[in-house]
Write a protein that binds this ligand. Structure first.
Ligand code: MGD
Ligand code: MGD
Ligand code: SF4
Ligand code: MO
Length: 765
């Protein structure tokens, strides 16, 4: 029993009956949840109806988050690898001191800048990454990357040059919604996805267009399913854009006022051989024209590109071409169309758009400050004198999630020092010199910076609903200790700022700004200073949210009117304080900005503040397209393997216990019945998959949802787990045992995981 205080006094209630507000951490939608606890177990889960974005919505996965919170893989002590390869438990003070000394030694030995930072957040947690900025600053760490550089950097490169800002579709209002290599039924990517998809499908005034070689759950609902041949979307999108011109479907008035490079782009598209490209893509000319007309006459169109095209041939060109389709038809900055959005902290930085530096070791484009994921291991394994020598990995499992797992393992072994911060033992911790155990996302304050809604945008800070598991620390605490061990904060006295924080946010704001003027270390290591000062006066379980105070101040400078329009009052630092207080006070999330649709044009940071259609490299690639192959398979590897599809029970590698899956326990390889019978493969039988990168045996699921010559394996399987805490088992295939790092986009370096040439054989049981 616990005592609950309320305005009427206090009452005694059964602790297991209390609903605690939190969110699901299994995908970027981060649906608001209410959960019941029995001791440390999450025993009941339901959608939080009061949540500002999800309004009670969840999918089946969110109901099973206890498998993330409680499992036999949880780490409970810092671990240090010793000479015989085994791990020694050490106390936190020793771990921090030794890691700090080793990082400094790397800097002394090789010069600053040879430590690589990877990760910083997954589907539910970005506050750790926000604190890592201080650690990076303290140890001179300038090289970094994360999972965005194996999916979204091509898109960022295009958007940086077209808009100078990130855009997102208004699917809730769109008359026409297009999903390009995206299966939101399972993968979500916007609030209440299934609800929205059903609404569009059931409304005869609205249309759902799905471009996918596979008959997905979303394709099943679609008005138009364009069954593209895998890897040929560039031909399809080029032809679609060209048809808009031929059929006179452009929004000329809108283009005149709002876009540049229109004429050059029209000229480039006039050379597209529509019929030939349609044929190459496998989509009929009739369907192509019908879809072009549907897009052309719609009041609003929103498009979502995702991994189906981001992880395949011509990915950056496709990211460009479908935006050309949107812009030629005037679909930016109005209800139901593409829009920019605000952010409490942006995921991308577009300041170097089109002028990105290259990595000194591997030569790849460093888009938004991120080294292409497919080049990280090559860099470590090279003989280049500038190569990185140490790696800190936080909240990422790159051995499992990046191409060519064995190469990443070798890279970690080649490094002189590797430190991994995670909640569990993973394929990546297995290679580490140091493993630091983090408290889970239900044991600390957490939030993500994924909110991408327009004109009103939302933000949800979650409270801790459990005490940290014994032996673990939160990332804010880990980074604070690492930064303090480096000595850079030795001259900073936290006490006056702590005292100021106790007096309230206005006093704190003044004190912080005055202190920052006096001592540059205060802002250089701001995340840690905020955690150590303001964090100590925040409600228990929300200490790690202090870093958001600075984000709120920045947001208040950037969008003051829109923050006020969302109901937060004040000016200057007081407005930032009001927003911060609202975020701290609400367990349901807040609306933090409200724009008008016209404001969408204020977000454009292109030279003339118009949407720019002319990206010379894209026009060049468009011209070269006719000479590009339609197929990358060979006699040796005749199938296209899509390595990593999202399914009902896949969630990257966040849930390790395979028993969380109600079905598809092993993650079947989907194969067409004709291919299966040609090869003697039966439903439920075993099949050996061989690629240039490796081989694996999967269970087969024979059905015609996939095309002939195309097979698909799920993402997030093949994790080692020991149900009883003993020997580990691996269930299913880890897709990156089959991929190769050189199989990647020429511009952004993003992998072709959805397009891996493969050979199949039936395996006798
Ligand atoms: N259930 C679940 N949801 C998730 C995740 C998860 O692990 N599980 N992960 C989250 C993350 S990190 C991400 S990035 C998103 C990804 O979300 P999605 O991109 O939607 O996920 P995928 O299933 O990997 O790929 C989407 C589709 O691309 C199609 N595809 C394959 N090849 C091609 C091609 O050549 N052309 C076209 N047009 N399509 C092709 C596949 O058939 C598939 O249906 O999902 C998020 N949501
Ligand atoms: N072949 C193939 N490979 C793919 C994909 C594919 O489709 N095909 N999809 C790719 C995509 S889109 C993505 S986004 C990546 C995802 O791959 P990663 O970026 O590696 O992310 P996750 O699998 O989500 O793993 C996150 C790690 O964070 C840990 N973690 C969870 N909570 C916390 C916490 O609070 N603190 C800390 N410190 N750690 C925590 C988890 O235990 C896990 O080890 O995978 C990619 N890899
Ligand atoms: S997996 Fe995604 S859509 Fe499903 S409940 Fe969790 S956050 Fe919501
Ligand atoms: Mo992702």
């Amino acid at each position: 029993m616990v005592i609950l205080e309320n305005s009427q006094g206090s009452e005694e209630v059964d602790a297991t009956k209390i609903w605690h507000k939190t969110a699901c951490v299994l995908c970027s939608a981060n649906c608001g949840l209410e959960v019941r606890l029995n001791s440390r177990d999450i025993t009941r889960v339901r959608g939080n109806k009061a949540h500002v974005a999800s309004a009670g919505y969840t999918c089946e996965k969110g109901l099973r988050i206890n498998h993330y919170q409680n499992n036999t893989s949880r780490l409970t002590s810092p671990l240090k690898r010793i000479d015989d390869g085994s791990y020694l438990e050490v106390d936190w003070d020793t771990a921090i001191a030794e890691i700090s000394t080793s990082l400094k030694q790397i800097n002394e030995k090789y010069g600053a800048g040879k430590i690589f930072y990877y990760g910083g957040g997954g589907q539910g947690n970005h506050l750790g990454g926000a604190h890592s900025t201080a650690t990076r600053q303290a140890y001179g760490i300038t090289r970094k990357s994360n999972a965005l550089a194996q999916e979204k950097t091509g898109e960022a490169w295009v958007e940086g040059q077209m808009f100078g800002t990130h855009t997102h579709g208004g699917f809730h209002d769109a008359e026409v919604a297009i999903f390009l290599g995206k299966n939101p039924w399972h993968s979500h990517g916007f609030d209440q996805a299934r609800r929205v998809l059903k609404e569009i499908a059931n409304d005869d005034q609205r249309s759902l267009i799905v471009i996918d070689p596979r008959r997905t759950e979303t394709a099943d609902l679609a008005d138009y399913w364009l069954q593209v041949k895998p890897g040929t979307d560039a031909f399809l999108l080029a032809a679609l854009a060209a048809v808009l011109i031929v059929e006179n479907l452009l929004d000329k008035g809108w283009l005149d006022s709002n876009a540049t490079g229109v004429q050059e782009t029209k000229d480039a598209l006039r050379n597209v051989p529509i019929e030939e490209y349609a044929e190459r893509s496998g989509v009929s000319l009739d369907q192509l024209y019908e879809v072009a007309r549907r897009i052309g006459r719609a009041k609003s169109v929103s498009t979502y590109e995702d991994l189906g095209i981001e992880m395949g041939p011509h990915s950056t060109l496709i990211s460009y071409l479908h935006r050309v389709v949107s812009i030629l038809t005037g679909n930016y900055g109005k209800p139901g169309a593409l829009g920019p959005h605000t952010s409490v902290a942006p995921l991308f930085n577009y300041s170097a758009a089109g002028r990105e530096p290259t990595d000194p070791v591997t030569g790849g484009k460093v888009i938004s400050g991120l080294v292409p994921c497919n080049e990280i291991a090559d860099g470590f394994l090279s003989n280049h004198p500038e190569r990185s020598r140490a790696m800190i990995i936080e909240s990422g499992n790159p051995v499992h999630s990046l191409a060519e797992s064995d190469k990443f393992r070798a890279a970690m072994r080649a490094a002189e020092l590797t430190v991994v911060i995670d909640v569990v033992h993973t394929e990546t911790t297995e290679q580490a010199d140091w493993i630091l155990p983090a408290s889970s996302q239900y044991e600390k304050a957490e939030a993500t910076f994924f909110g991408a809604n327009f004109p009103a945008n939302t933000f949800h800070l979650r409270q801790a609903i459990l005490e940290p598991l014994e032996g673990t620390l939160t990332e804010p605490e880990i980074h604070s200790r690492l930064v303090q061990a480096s000595g850079v904060l030795d001259e900073v006295d936290f006490e006056p700022l702590r005292k100021a924080a106790e007096q309230g946010l206005d006093t704190f704001a003044e004190a912080f700004m005055a202190a920052a003027m006096e001592n540059p270390a205060i802002s250089a290591y701001g995340a840690v200073v905020l955690y150590e000062t303001l964090g100590k006066s925040l409600p228990p379980g929300k200490e790690g949210a202090a870093v958001l105070w600075f984000s709120c101040q920045m947001a208040a400078q950037k969008y003051p009117d829109q923050i006020r329009a969302a109901g937060h009052e004040g000016d200057g630092p007081k407005l930032g304080n009001a927003l911060f207080q609202a975020i701290i006070d609400s367990d349901d999330g807040v609306i933090f900005t409200k724009h008008q649709y016209e404001d969408a044009f204020d977000f454009l940071t292109t030279p003339d503040q118009k949407v720019n259609l002319l990206i010379p490299e894209m026009h060049e690639q468009l011209n070269l397209l006719s000479a590009a192959p339609v197929k990358y398979t060979s006699e040796e590897y005749p199938f296209v393997l899509s390595a990593g599809e999202r399914r009902g029970f896949s969630a990257n590698t966040i849930v390790r216990d395979p028993s969380w899956r109600k079905k598809d326990k092993e993650g079947a390889l989907r194969i067409h019945p004709n291919d299966a019978s040609d090869l003697g493969i039966v439903d439920g039988g075993r099949v050996r998959i061989t690629t240039e990168g490796g081989e694996a045996v999967a269970v087969a699921e024979v059905n015609d949802s996939v095309q002939l010559g195309y097979v698909s394996l799920p993402n997030g399987y093949g994790l080692s787990y020991s149900p009883a805490g003993g020997n580990s088992e691996v269930v299913g295939v880890a897709p990156n045992e089959l991929t190769s790092t050189h199989w990647r986009d020429a511009i952004a370096g993003t992998p072709w995981h959805k397009h891996v040439p493969a050979r199949l054989e039936a395996v006798a049981i």
